[in-house]
Design a protein. Sequence first.
Length: 446
Amino acid sequence: MSKVAVSPTRGMRDILPVEAASRASALAAIRSVYLLHGFTEIETPVVESLELLAGGGGGENEKLIFRILKRGERLEEAISADSILEFDLADTGLRFDLTVPLARFYAANHHRLPHPFRSCQIGPVFRAERPQKGRYRQFQQVDIDVVGDDGPQAEVDLLTAAISALDAIGVEDFTVRINDRRILEELAAGFGFTRDDFVTLFISLDKLDKLSVGEVVDELAERGMDRGASSELIGAISDLRTSHDSLLALAEHKVPTDLLERLLWIKETTSSTLAGNTTSGFGVVVDPLVIRGMAYYTSSVFEVGHSGWGTSIAGGGRYDDMLSRFGRPAPAAGISLGFERIMGLLAELGSPVRMGQSLTRTTVIYDPRDQTDQAAAIARAIRSEGEVATQQMRAKNLGSQLKRLEAEALEQRSQGSKDRFFYRIVGREESVELASVDGSGASASD
């Protein structure tokens, strides 16, 4: 019988205790910030219907859905059909983001929700894509959304909360780039592109942070776009991006004033709202090349970038048309933190998550023949002080048992744990520190 492989499925990963604690601390800090900004947490299922997932404007991500086979008789009927197509075999799939499920959630529950509804949603999402740095097939997404507010204050609320959350977990020196897809539509129309071209055009342009200009132009040509017009549009957008004053440069391209004024208001209000309230250095800039690949975005779009990471670490925008699918039209906007990328960035920079007070962990060692009750009482007293206690039966070779505890504490410290580790033998008054910060610790002779 062959041995079963123990490595995680490709694109998935195991998370060890110290990293799990760091992630939990980061999520707790983010949750706290979002709650203080008036967002309330909800949960949606990881499984949704393919009708929902494949028709929500998810762009390229709709091609990456993990489909779930039909069950029982329905699957047997599909298999026995004369011709079998992929979509005949599956009727549900794993969610690829949290925005499409939120739209369904709001349509189903709007009568029980406040208006506007300020949502916080944290959970795993799944995409069947090629794994690479900071990109997994299962990853944690952290979203906040405002449904029911069509004014620019919604964008400001989202940006200020997201910036405050990044600040709370120790991300520094990042840049918030904002744009409006309607501006891109105006520019694209000036180079001969029609409204029917926009979805395909923007999905390809959004790849400019991963592909060269030539590769994007080739892709657009393969999709029927004029090669010359595509090249000229990308050149114009790039020139605008490097302009000293992007808003002024956009005005010179005859972009409608109301769109520029809205962008300027979002930029200035976000900056002024946070003035003096964060310790992290950040900037808010207008960038005509912020596009976002999801087809459901309708106007404002934004991304957060960091010089230490090749791709954005957060992004979002306004998706005012999505709720119309469910017969409940309502304006909506949201932003998502790229949690895996953020944690990877902090690890690469050697900047640990700003965690709460470190824990004290004590192992209570006892003789099961006559010290069980004493050990339980000691453990209860330790826990009553807000500290961690576990109990272990005393081994025949106490020295080896203590060496193992010391090795385990050292391993936790090598992974970045700031906790303090102790053991206490029932019958002795004092606890002894393991792997102490100054290098001392238990010796096997204890």
